[in-house]
Design a protein around this ligand. Structure first.
Ligand code: SF4
Length: 359
C-alpha cells in the first residue's frame, strides 16, 4: 500500500481577499479551539492501518492557528497513523507569523512553508486585497531561512490588471533572489461568487492573448532562474517538487480533514461540508464518486504534469491517444517522447481543450 497524504483545511483568514473562493471565515480563539477538537476527533476516527508521508495544512490561513493547536493536531496524527519521513507543509500569510512562531513551527515538525506572496509590487498586492507588503514578506522569508527552513514555496499570481512582462520579471527575480526552493504561479481566474466578479475588475483584466504571453514568458524566466516546471502552475529546484500535491496529480490516495476538505481514499471520493459549525457538530461526509481514478481521470490529471502520461497505461485508448497526440504535436501543443505524451507550455494554456479530445 502506498503511503497517503493528509490534508487539513484551516478555515480562518484575517481578511477575505476579493478574488478568493476558498472556504474561510474570520478567526476567533473559541472557534479555533472547537475546530481543533473536531480535527482531533476525526484523526482519532481514522482507520488504524494508515501510512502517511505528507501532511499539508492549507486554507484559509493555517498560520493563524496558534502553535499549541497545530502541535495538538500533529501529535494526534503521530499517535493515530503511521507517519513515515513526512513532508509537513504549512501555508503562511506573511502578516500572521513572527520569528518566534517560525521557530516553534520547526520544533513541532513543520518542515515546509508555503508563503502566499502573489507579487512583489505593493500596488498589485493592494489590488488583490492582501494585507502584507513585499518588504514584510521578504523579511519573514529571510527569517524563516535563518531559523532553518530549507524547503520554502512562494505563490505568485499572473494575469492581473495592467500587469506586463516587466512586472512579472521583477516579481520572479526578487523571489528567486531569496533562493526559495519552489514557486507556484497561478493565472488569476475570476470566480463567480467573489467581489472580483464585477465589470470594474473584469473590464481592466488583460485579454487572453496577453495572459498567454505572460504565462509563456514566466515559464522561460523561471527556467532561466533554475526552477523546473513540473506541473502547469508549479516550478521547483530539483528534488523540491511538492510531494503532497504530486499525490493529487498521480492519483494516489489522500484524506482531507476540516470544512470543505476533499478526500480520495479506498475507492471513494468524499468531501466535508463547507461550514465550520456543521463540521464542528457532525462527522458527516458526502460521497461524491464511487469509482475514482478511472482512465479519463488519470489522463486528465497526468497531463497536468510535464512528465505527461505513459500511453501503455491505457491499452484501450492507446490508438486514439496517439492519433490525437500526433495532430497536436504538429501544432506545437504536445510532445511525444518514447511512450509518453506531454503537453508543451503552449499546450498547457489550452489544456482543457486538449484533454477533452483525449477522453
Ligand atoms: S487568498 Fe488566502 S488569505 Fe486570502 S481569503 Fe483566500 S485563503 Fe484567505
Amino acid at each position: 500500500m502506498k503511503p497517503i497524504g493528509i490534508y487539513i483545511h484551516v478555515p480562518f483568514c484575517a481578511k477575505k481577499c476579493p478574488y478568493c473562493d476558498f472556504y474561510s471565515c474570520s478567526y476567533n480563539l473559541k472557534s479555533a479551539e472547537k475546530y481543533t477538537d473536531a480535527i482531533i476527533r476525526d484523526i482519532t476516527n481514522l482507520p488504524k492501518d494508515i501510512y502517511a508521508d505528507t501532511i499539508y495544512f492549507g486554507g484559509g490561513t493555517p498560520s493563524l492557528l496558534p502553535i499549541n493547536m497545530l502541535n495538538k493536531i500533529l501529535t494526534a496524527l503521530s499517535y493515530s497513523c503511521n507517519i513515515i519521513n513526512p513532508e509537513v507543509t504549512l501555508e503562511v500569510n506573511p502578516c500572521t507569523v513572527t520569528k518566534e512562531k517560525l521557530f516553534h513551527y520547526i520544533n513541532i515538525g513543520i518542515n515546509r512553508l508555503s508563503f502566499g506572496i502573489q507579487s512583489v509590487h505593493d500596488d498589485e498586492l493592494k489590488l488583490l486585497g492582501r494585507i502584507h507588503t513585499w518588504k514584510k514578506a521578504e523579511e519573514i522569508i529571510k527569517s524563516a531561512q535563518i531559523i532553518g527552513f530549507n524547503n520554502i514555496s512562494c505563490d505568485v499570481i499572473i494575469g492581473l490588471p495592467k500587469q506586463n512582462v516587466y512586472k512579472i520579471k521583477t516579481t520572479l527575480n526578487k523571489i528567486a533572489e531569496l533562493s526559495v526552493q519552489h514557486i507556484s504561479a497561478y493565472i488569476l481566474k475570476i470566480e463567480e461568487n467573489t467581489p472580483f466578479n464585477t465589470p470594474d475588475i473584469i473590464n481592466i483584466l488583460p485579454d487572453d492573448d496577453h495572459v498567454s504571453d505572460l504565462y509563456l514568458f514566466m515559464v522561460k524566466e523561471l527556467q532561466k532562474l533554475g526552477y523546473n516546471q513540473y506541473e502547469i502552475s508549479n516550478f521547483s529546484k530539483i528534488g523540491f517538487e511538492s510531494r503532497h500535491n504530486l499525490k493529487y496529480w498521480k492519483c494516489h490516495d489522500y484524506i482531507g480533514l476540516g470544512p470543505s476538505a476533499h478526500s480520495c481514499f479506498n475507492g471513494e471520493r468524499f468531501c466535508i461540508s463547507s461550514d465550520l459549525n456543521k463540521y464542528i457538530n457532525s462527522t458527516e461526509k458526502i460521497i461524491t464518486d464511487k469509482s475514482p481514478y478511472n482512465d479519463d481521470e488519470k489522463i486528465m490529471l497526468g497531463l497536468r504534469l510535464t512528465e505527461g502520461i505513459n500511453i501503455n497505461n491505457f491499452p484501450n485508448k492507446k490508438a486514439l491517444l496517439l492519433k490525437k497526440a500526433k495532430l497536436f504535436q504538429k501544432l506545437g501543443l504536445v510532445n511525444i517522447e518514447n511512450n509518453f505524451i506531454k503537453l508543451t507550455p503552449e499546450g498547457f494554456l489550452v489544456s482543457n481543450s486538449i484533454i477533452n479530445e483525449f477522453i
